[in-house]
Design a protein around this ligand. Sequence first.
Ligand code: ACO
Ligand code: ZN
Length: 166
Amino acid sequence: MQVILRQIEDVIFRRAEPSDLISVMEINLKTLPEHYSDYFYESLLAEIPEAFIVAEVKGKHVGYVMCKTEYGFSNFKKLGFVKKGHVVSIAVLEEFRKKGIGKVLVEESIVGVKLKKCDEFYLEVRCSNNEAVRLYEKLGFVIKQQLNAYYRDGEDAFLMAIELDK
Ligand code: ACO
Ligand code: ZN
């Protein structure tokens, strides 16, 4: 059963299903240098379908966000051990950017990880990825750390996080 979360003009945001994963992998290949195995996509969808979301325009997949959950030390509280949502990957096809699709994908993934009772939500992003950093900041994420040589090509990442109220 398709779960439609939001529709904005001709863009539909809905939870991903197994049949969406090939298209999600295609968008990932076109837009990001970090790729994953088929099994990894399937396991994220099985673990937290609430925060694995696709954007579709007239039946064409144009964006996705996928997440996982983890337990670990808080990015906000000293000595706190918390449940964290983690944005593994988000992307929108180039021709469909700057229309607010990325923003809605992040907003809906926040709703999804809250349903899973996460206390915080975090992600890593290339320090040079101004568009993405700005998007996350607008949604309330703050830079908490700089991770040295986090990416294969040696670039640093910002770890950005947001506290979720319940
Ligand atoms: N008209 C004009 N501008 C608009 C409109 C509109 N109707 N709607 C939104 N915008 C602007 C926003 O204000 C924002 O501008 P700003 O950057 O100056 O603040 C800009 O468009 C982008 O916001 P969105 O449209 O919500 O985001 P978009 O759909 O373009 O997606 C994303 C952002 C996902 C980062 C995209 O650039 C992308 O796919 N990049 C390549 C992949 C990538 O880098 N992914 C993130 C890696 S980090 C990780 O995965 C954890
Ligand atoms: Zn990560």
